[in-house]
Design a protein around this ligand. Structure first.
Ligand SMILES: [Zn+2]
Ligand SMILES: [Zn+2]
Length: 135
């Protein structure tokens, strides 16, 4: 799937900035911060254009946000685009990388009476495979 196909599927207007952002998150091997995405963009866009395109993609559920803490927020391509289930995220304490674990589904938790859930976000912290081999 190409960025243009994703925009078409979501009935969104094609702009080079939107396509560029999708391209960057699609090809990345891990989740990226807003700055990292901006730095990797081929075209040169001003802050406003970039920010607006970025927000639009998030609103249309093309990219999703992964919040590690208030200083570390990363983004990745969304499940609805890759057709995967709700997945867990992994944060590496050593290299600070964040990765979507597409093959590790989020499990259903049993909640006490009176509580209902609509979204479960799981962030596992530990050491990633890259850092493990360096030990
Ligand atoms: Zn690591
Ligand atoms: Zn993810």
């Amino acid at each position: 799937m190409k960025p243009i196909d994703i925009l078409n599927k979501h009935d969104m207007k094609r702009t080079s900035c939107r396509e560029g952002i999708i391209e960057v998150v699609m090809t990345a091997s891990q989740a990226l911060s807003e700055n990292e995405i901006r730095e990797r963009l081929a075209g040169n866009y001003d802050r406003t254009t970039f920010y607006r395109s970025f927000k639009t993609l998030e609103e249309h559920n093309i990219i999703h946000k992964i919040v590690v803490n208030n200083q570390l927020v990363k983004y990745a391509l969304n499940n609805s685009v890759t057709h995967k289930n709700e997945h867990t995220h992994f944060f590496c304490n050593k290299c600070q990388s964040v990765k979507c674990m597409d093959d590790v589904p989020v499990q259903k938790y049993q909640l006490p009476d009176g509580y209902s859930d609509n979204k479960t976000e799981v962030l596992i912290k530990g050491t990633c495979a890259n850092c493990k081999t360096e030990e």
